[in-house]
Write a new protein. Structure first.
Length: 256
């Protein structure tokens, strides 16, 4: 009788241990099977622009040429999240990427044609600005984050029209296309037989339209050349662009 009870107890314990082991294997299998996801995302930005400008014009007849520099702040930011695809995603799977330009400046040549109180001009030259790109990717209970931030140099081109409201006060409507090149990043994390990776890039190019005023310090005796002289002023408007793209991948040797 004692032997029977002992055998029954041993069998019950074996069944309990085997069941727990089976549940553990099932949970582990589910954990690894949820790992394989991937995705991509893209975004563009639009925001305000405000700043100041200063320059000097020379005038010969109806032709006006000169130099101008400006410095502007902006809230231009491309931000995106998600974009992952998986039949069985893990809890906590997520991806987010953002790119930002918070200020930029230009140093440009200008050349145009004046007709009375109106000046039409084209402009182009050097551009520079602060570009920030960051990205975070979570999958398979792993995480990877990367960021790059720098002042970049590029080029600018544009056109505009100015109107003499008063002998020393002008109203300006201007357009610029600014290109500061492409910022990029990549990062990855590996643990055991599982790994995740991400890449992101931001083309720091954008369009700008502004309206501004300038106070002009015309040289003495230059009434016949109303556009000649030094000027300073301010401007405000809008900007759009900053195309940003990201790709996310995860793999699991166990799940595969």
């Amino acid at each position: 009788m004692r032997r029977f009870r002992f055998a029954a107890l041993a069998a019950a314990r074996f069944v309990a241990v085997a069941g727990a082991f089976s549940l553990s294997l099932s949970a582990a299998s589910a954990q690894f099977q949820c790992a394989t996801d991937s995705g991509s995302n893209s975004a563009r930005a639009s925001s305000w622009v405000a700043g100041g400008q200063a320059g000097y014009n020379w005038q010969q007849g109806s032709w006006v040429y000169g130099l101008e520099t400006d410095l502007s702040g902006t809230g231009l930011k491309s931000s995106m999240s998600g974009g992952l695809t998986s039949l069985n995603p893990c809890a906590g799977d997520a991806a987010s990427t953002s790119a930002k330009i918070d200020w930029y400046g230009t140093v440009r040549g200008r050349a145009g044609w004046a007709s009375g109180k109106v000046l039409f001009y084209g402009t182009g030259g050097l551009a520079y600005g602060h570009v920030d790109l960051s990205s975070t990717y979570n999958a398979l209970f792993l995480s990877t984050t990367a960021q790059t931030s720098s002042v970049r140099a590029g080029w600018v081109a544009g056109a505009g029209i100015e109107y003499l409201l008063q002998p020393n006060l002008t109203l300006n409507l201007g357009y610029q296309y600014v290109d500061l090149g492409t910022a990029s990043l990549a990062s990855s994390t590996t643990l055991g037989g599982s790994s995740i990776a991400q890449t992101a890039s931001a083309h720091a190019a954008f369009h700008v339209v502004t309206v501004g005023f300038s106070w002009q310090f015309s040289p003495s005796g230059a009434a016949s050349m109303p556009w000649q002289g030094m000027y300073v002023g301010g401007h405000a408007g809008g900007a759009w662009g900053l195309s940003t793209d990201a790709t996310y991948t995860s793999t699991s040797a166990i799940g595969d």
